[in-house]
Design a protein around this ligand. Structure first.
Ligand code: PRX
Length: 654
């Protein structure tokens, strides 16, 4: 197959730096050498079901044992068939019963100065039990859907765990979503209850969550009740019979609420994620397989130890918050920091201040945040002692090698490995990542698969593309954390993930594997740019731009071009530099030097910010429309800041 075939993507970025873990890190790590990783991986492939069976028996509590590890009726998986367990039991009771009730589960920090709480596992078990009894009092039972629309307060985790305790299925809706988005999700799930708060803090402003919830509830006929947490004391109007204060609900319920033994395959949660069409997809995860996968991947990837202070900066409204704030770390009995607010409030050093205060040892954040920190300047970092950090993580998008290097040197002091974790809402947990004591890092690569995961890179004819060629990333076998379907839409589930490539899970991402077997994610399949028959991945062009000292952030998209098929249009945010023609030329020259003439952008447009989803991903789809001079027709409901789009369309920034 030639380079110009649509199945192949040219690999143009040549990142050769390699960072092995230090001897000291490797010595103390649970998996401390490449040989140990290879042995674990080989064991997981030799008998994948046997591997997961052993993991499940050792790492979860079972009220009743399972009798079959996997029932695979492609593409529908059932893991640990016949077993009964409870995720909230595994996250809470297991630790309290083992005498670890006094361990701190959460150091919570609100956005306003001095707003802090320390919550032990025993406290959390008490709060979850009370609230679970409150849910029962409102008539919530196993299988009912409960929407949760809250700020990042401990009660958000309490509400999720209380649902899990009684078998209600939660659907967490990120606190930044609009009334329309909440109503869509309530209606799709036929939610019976909405749990919200009178508000939360963000960048010094009180967000009126209850007002938005009220607007959504006017269009959510299935929702019978609304529980309201008093976070701000701002006395929102309460609708009689429908609304009830959290504190009133639990004022007269018993403190004890035994965890209900639930079937391994009972649904644990639905989490809506944006699809390529406008309608959001309710990704459905179930009990035992998800719980095991979140727990073990947390322990493997973060090399977790009892003395660690773990901080994942995601919001519980995303899968990262579900798997690596609530279910993974809590199953592992971790001590965590949870922060309510913005990274730049009151100043741009808030994260570093928090790390210093709580002596955070593991930080897990997103490339979009890292690029913002770089733009804000090193002096914010220099004010704080970050020597407690021993491991860093990245999630959500590819991390550009320049951002990786800054994170490694400036935040990690050159001593902390970086786990670049590739996964998706659908996969439930991390699929590829360095194991930090074992696998040397390469900036921009998520390196190798975790145990039991077999990634394949295929071209359009479904043949393996071979070393250093890009293609469609697929996963060969079912794994315990995989989605079980799209809520209420089996056909869409089959169509989207299992049709194009028979017998494999289609991730929707492009990737390549290098000569060391390392994987490099090249962006979403739709994001590929095809210039003169060469398929380029957006991340490579963007990484080349970000490696220029003046560039903070960049997005590359294709636009139609009569001669070349597609031309490359890039949108660039500068760090305190003037957007001049000279800068435009300098950037073109820079890309020519980094990648070659093939990738030199045809259009360079400067912008003060890029359109992003609320979880921080660049919305290239919208930029494609702008680059092509088209009025966008796609869904913009997940866009964080609509004004960016208006400014870009009006062209007043380029
Ligand atoms: O394109 C990949 C990108 O984010 C997608 C999944 O998004 P979401 O379901 O919102 O989950 C985000 C948190 C796991 C993937 O298909 N992505 C995620 N992590 C990485 C990444 N791309 C490159 N490198 C990563 N580490």
């Amino acid at each position: 197959m030639s380079e110009s075939s649509p199945g192949k993507i040219s690999n143009v970025l040549n990142e050769t730096r390699v960072f092995p873990p230090s001897e000291a890190f490797a010595k103390n790590a649970a998996i401390g050498s490449m040989a140990a990783y290879e042995a674990l991986y080989a064991e997981s492939l030799a008998d994948t079901e046997g591997f997961w069976e052993k993991q499940a028996k050792e790492h979860l509590h079972w009220f009743e044992p399972f009798h079959k590890t996997l029932e695979w009726d492609e593409p529908f998986a059932k893991w640990f068939v016949g077993g009964k367990t409870n995720v909230s039991y595994n996250c809470l009771d297991a630790h309290v019963l083992a005498g670890r009730g006094q361990r701190v589960a959460l150091y919570w920090e609100g956005e306003p100065a001095g707003d802090r709480r320390t919550i032990t596992y025993a406290d959390l078990l008490r709060d979850v039990s009370l609230f679970a009894n409150g849910l029962k009092k409102l008539g919530i039972k196993k299988g009912d859907r409960v929407s949760i629309y809250m700020p990042m307060v401990p009660e958000l985790a309490v509400a999720m765990l209380a649902c899990a305790r009684i078998g209600a299925i939660h659907s967490v809706i990120f606190g930044g979503f609009s009334a329309e988005a909440i109503a869509d999700r309530n209606n799709d799930a036929k939610a019976k209850l909405l749990i919200t708060s009178d508000g939360g803090w963000r960048r010094g402003k009180a967000l009126a969550l209850k007002a938005t919830a009220d607007e959504a509830l006017a269009k959510s006929p299935t929702v019978e009740h609304c529980i309201v947490l008093n976070r701000l004391n701002n006395n929102p109007p309460m609708v009689e019979c429908r609304d009830i204060w959290w504190h009133d609900l639990i004022s007269d319920v018993p403190a004890d609420c035994p965890a209900e033994p639930l079937d391994s395959e009972d649904s644990l949660f639905i989490l809506y994620t944006s699809g390529s069409t406008g309608k959001p997809k309710g990704i459905r995860h179930t009990t035992a397989g998800y719980n095991l996968y979140a727990k073990r991947t947390f322990e493997w990837v973060f090399d977790h130890r009892a003395e660690d202070i773990f901080w994942c900066t995601a919001d519980c409204g995303w899968i990262t918050g579900h798997s690596y704030i609530v279910y993974g770390p809590m199953s592992a009995g971790a001590t965590q920091v949870m922060y309510e607010g913005a990274p730049n409030w009151p100043e741009e050093d808030r994260f570093w201040e928090i790390i210093e205060r709580y002596k955070v040892s593991i930080l897990y954040t997103a490339p979009t945040a890292i690029r913002a920190f770089i733009k804000w300047g090193d002096h914010h970092v220099d004010k704080h002692d970050l020597s407690s950090l021993r491991l860093l993580g990245s999630v959500g998008e590819g991390i550009n090698p320049e951002a990786w290097m800054w994170y490694y040197e400036k935040i990690g002091g050159g001593r902390c490995p970086i786990v670049d974790t590739w996964w998706q809402t659908e996969t439930g947990g991390i699929m590829m990542s360095p194991l930090p004591g074992a696998i040397p890092c390469k900036p921009g690569s998520c390196t190798r698969p975790l145990p039991g995961i077999i990634p394949r890179v295929l071209d359009d004819s479904l043949a393996e593309v071979g070393t250093n060629h890009g293609g469609m990333l697929c996963i060969e076998k079912p794994w315990p954390g995989m989605l079980r379907g799209i809520w209420g839409d089996d056909a869409r589930y089959q169509d989207q993930y299992w049709k194009l490539v028979p017998h494999m899970y289609l991730t929707g991402d492009n990737a390549r594997q290098d000569e060391d077997g390392y994987f490099w994610i090249m962006g979403r399949i739709d994001d590929v740019i095809n210039v003169s028959g060469h398929r380029l991945s957006t991340i490579e062009v963007e990484s080349a731009l970000v490696s220029h000292p003046a560039v903070a952030e960049a997005a590359a998209v294709g636009r139609p071009d009569e001669i070349k098929g597609q031309a490359i249009a890039v949108f660039v945010t500068l760090k305190n530099h003037e957007p001049t023609d000279a800068m435009r030329d300098a950037l073109k020259k820079h890309v020519r030097k980094e990648i070659g003439a093939l990738a030199v952008p045809d259009d360079v447009r400067f912008t003060s910010s890029l359109p992003k989803t609320r979880s921080g991903k660049i919305m290239r789809r919208l930029l494609r429309d702008i680059a092509a001079g088209k009025e966008g027709t796609g869904d913009t409901s997940t866009l964080e800041d609509y004004s960016v789009l208006v400014r870009l369309r009006n062209d007043d920034e380029s």
